[in-house]
Every structure is written in structure tokens, then in C-alpha cells.
Design a protein around this ligand. Structure first.
Ligand code: PMP
Ligand code: GLN
Length: 407
């Protein structure tokens, strides 16, 4: 394992990845997937589908490779994909963006988020996120030299909700970016319009940029609805909307992402992005453009099936976890459910995750990995995130094994 000597030390420390002997650990997702491989446990940790995305989209990527689209794409992304992103935003949300100046293609959402934070925040400025938060947020805020401020989600009437009072109190003159994520990883919360209005009002009042991570925009269940904050009054001019093809199309390895928003902000992101990767995923960009344009409706039909099936798989896993003795908060979106180990006598989710392969032949991810030390939200220390984006028979076997915890 590596020892770091340079500035990135601050980054790995902020991400909680420095081991007691000073070496740098892999991210919690890599660590838990390796644990599953090593022990032969069922991997309900890292969130990636165990089946392929739509065949017609895969064929479009093959066709792009065969057609020789294999050299560097243009810096902002291929025009076909930028137009498709603009069409997608208009079709789904009535949001208008100019594909030439207001859309930038990135290497997954990860790069878009990193470049946005590096472009817009610096020392002495604060970046506010929800807590828990996706692991890369803490790292890129530290990389920017900015200060990470968090506002907890809390369980209200069986779902995770924004602590509105804490949120209002956390936004101030030093806040530069509100880095939002809805549908939310790891809790599966989908922020509703009232919560987003609180965020929007604070952003307008303090002249803050909102960077919103919407990679799970299409994966919402029951009556929940994804509302893009860019559509709220006065928000289009201060919001960078980030998404990617990974979750929507079940091709997480393609790493095709994008950011859409006002030209000046997108330009700032591009200024950083051009020195991170310059460009990426050339032939896949054409395939994702086809999928988002969706002239024949095949992608829409495929996605509707995926959402229906994920909803069923969510129920299967949630019921199984409850039967096993966990306290479960049923998620309204994403790939994930958060389960509290306290009723089973486990106060420490990280310890439970380390022992789960032995105890039940299953791997999960501790929610504490998505929190800062001394997280303010209740119940995060003892919570474990499980994914339901696995085939039904895999989940059934996982649930059968987890029942052993009760005995
Ligand atoms: N944001 C969130 C909330 C995620 O869960 C993930 C992982 N899928 C990402 C960003 C990264 O997305 P990508 O793989 O497109 O970089
Ligand atoms: N987004 C996926 C998750 O939350 C994993 C991404 C990663 O491995 N960095 O599980």
C-alpha cells in the first residue's frame, strides 16, 4: 500500500482513507468488493448491475468502434451527445440548455463533480453537502483546499429527509457551492419540491452555486418524483446539473457523464476538465447519444422495465433485511437501502461489515464511510448500505443467508 508525500495527503485524509500505519487504503467500494472476492461472499456492497445494459445500445457502441470513431473526441464532447443531453433535459424536465455552450461531456459524473468543485471553490470557501455523502465529495473538496460543511438527513415518518433548520443555518457568506445529490446515495432519499425550495431560497439569498448530482434521476420508485433543482425559479442561472449514463443505462464501466448549466459556469468546469482527462470514452459517447435521443422509444421501454424490476428487487431486499432483524428505511430511489444493525446488537456498522462475510456470507458497505468522523446524524454509525441492483436469485440467496443473523 502506498505512502503519499505530497498535497494529496490532505485529500486521502479527508476521505478517511489513511490507515493507522500511514498507508493509503482503497475506497470503501474497492475494499468491500475485494472482501467479497476473497471470502466468496455475495457482494451487496458496491453498486453496479450484475447484468448488461440494453443490447441495442451496446450494438451502437460496437458500430461506433467499427465506424472508426476511435480517436480523441472534441474537448466539449461529440456534438451528437451534447444535443442528446439537451434534448433529454427538455423532454423530461422542460429545461432548455444550448448544446454548444451549456453542455459538457465528462468522464462519468465523477469527473464532472471533481472539475466543478475544483473550478469554483478554493481556500477560505465552504462547500456544503448532505450527510451521508458520496465518497468522492470529501476528496474533491479537500483537493480544492475548501472547507467541507455537512447537513444531515434524518428519518422522518419512515424516510430520510433534509434537516431544513440545520440546512438554513449552515448556508452563509462563506458558502461557495451547495453540492446536492438527489436521488441520494446511500440513503435512497428523493428530495421533494418543498425541500428543494428551501435549498433554492438559500442559494439565491447567499448567491451560491448549486452543483446537483442527479445520476439516479431515472431510478425512482412508488410515488416519488425526481425534481431537478435547475427548474426552480431563479435557479437555472446558478445550477450545474450533473448526470451520467452509468446508472440510467446499466453501463457503469463506460464512464460517460455530463454537466449542463449556464455557459459561464460550464466554461469554468471545462477549464479544469481539459487538464484532468482532456477527453474520454469516444465511441461510447455516440452510443449514449443514440440512447438518450431514443428515436424508436426502445431505451424508454427498457428503462421502464428496469425501474419496475428494481422496485421489486428493492422490496425483496428490504423485507429480507427486516426479517433478518435490521431496522430498514425503505428507499424511494437509487440502487441502495440503509439498514440499522442496532436491533441485532451491532452498534458499529464498520465492524458489522467486516464480520458479515463470516456471519452470513454477504458483503455490505458501512454508512460511516459516507460520513465525517463524529457525524451529526443519528443512526449512521450503526448503519449498513446494501445494494439491490443484483439479479433476483442473487438477492434471494443473500436474504436467505442474512436470516442467519437473527439466530
Ligand atoms: N454520484 C453518485 C451519487 C454515485 O452514486 C456515483 C456512482 N455511481 C457517481 C456519482 C459516479 O458516477 P460515474 O460512474 O458516472 O462517475
Ligand atoms: N457508485 C457506486 C456505489 O456507490 C460505486 C462507485 C465506485 O466504486 N467508486 O456503490
Amino acid at each position: 500500500m502506498a505512502h503519499l508525500t505530497g498535497r494529496w495527503n490532505d485529500v486521502v485524509r479527508a476521505a478517511g482513507l489513511v490507515a493507522p500505519d500511514g498507508t493509503v487504503r482503497a475506497t470503501v467500494f474497492a475494499e468491500m468488493s475485494a472482501l467479497a472476492t476473497r471470502t466468496g461472499a455475495i457482494n451487496l456492497g458496491q453498486g453496479f448491475p450484475d447484468v448488461d445494459g440494453p443490447a441495442h445500445v451496446a450494438e451502437a457502441a460496437v458500430a461506433a468502434i467499427r465506424a472508426g470513431r476511435n480517436q480523441y473526441p472534441p474537448g466539449p464532447g461529440v456534438p451528437e451527445l451534447r444535443s442528446a443531453v439537451a434534448l433529454h433535459q427538455e423532454r423530461h424536465y422542460g429545461l432548455r440548455v444550448d448544446p454548444d455552450t451549456e453542455v459538457l461531456v465528462t468522464v462519468g459524473a465523477t469527473e464532472a463533480l471533481a472539475a466543478a468543485v475544483l473550478a469554483l471553490a478554493g481556500p477560505g470557501e465552504e462547500v456544503l453537502t448532505l450527510e451521508p455523502y458520496y465518497d468522492s465529495y470529501a476528496a474533491v473538496v479537500a483537493a480544492a483546499g475548501a472547507t467541507h460543511v455537512t447537513v444531515p438527513l434524518r428519518v422522518v415518518d419512515g424516510s430520510y429527509r433534509l434537516d431544513v433548520e440545520a440546512f438554513r443555518a449552515a448556508v452563509g457568506p462563506r458558502t461557495r457551492i451547495i453540492l446536492l445529490n438527489s436521488p441520494h446515495n446511500p440513503t435512497g432519499a428523493v428530495l421533494d419540491r418543498a425541500e428543494l425550495e428551501v435549498v433554492a431560497a438559500a442559494a439565491r439569498e447567499h448567491d451560491v452555486v448549486v452543483v446537483t448530482d442527479e445520476v439516479y434521476e431515472h431510478l425512482v420508485y412508488d410515488e416519488a418524483q425526481h425534481v431537478p433543482i435547475a427548474g426552480l425559479p431563479g435557479m437555472a442561472e446558478r445550477t450545474l446539473t450533473v448526470s451520467s449514463a452509468g446508472k440510467t443505462l446499466s453501463f457503469t464501466g463506460w464512464k460517460v457523464g455530463w454537466v449542463a448549466g449556464p455557459a459561464a459556469l460550464v466554461d469554468a468546469v471545462r477549464a479544469v476538465k481539459q487538464y484532468l482527462t482532456y477527453v474520454g470514452s469516444g465511441p461510447f459517447q455516440y452510443a449514449v447519444a443514440d440512447a438518450l435521443t431514443d428515436d424508436d422509444g426502445r431505451t424508454r421501454a427498457w428503462l421502464a422495465d428496469l425501474v419496475g424490476s428494481l422496485e421489486k428487487r428493492r422490496d425483496l431486499l428490504c423485507e429480507g433485511l427486516e426479517t433478518a432483524g435490521f431496522d430498514v428505511v425503505v428507499p424511494q430511489g437509487t440502487y441502495f437501502v440503509v439498514a440499522d444493525g442496532r436491533p441485532l446488537g451491532f452498534d458499529d456498522g464498520a465492524e458489522l461489515c467486516a464480520r458479515l462475510p463470516d456471519l452470513a456470507g454477504v458483503v455490505g458497505v458501512p454508512v460511516s464511510a459516507f460520513c465525517r468522523d463524529g457525524a451529526t446524524g443519528e443512526g449512521f454509525r450503526s448503519a449498513v448500505r446494501f445494494t439491490f441492483v443484483k439479479q433476483e436469485d442473487v438477492l434471494r440467496e443473500g436474504v436467505r443467508r442474512l436470516a442467519a443473523l437473527r439466530r
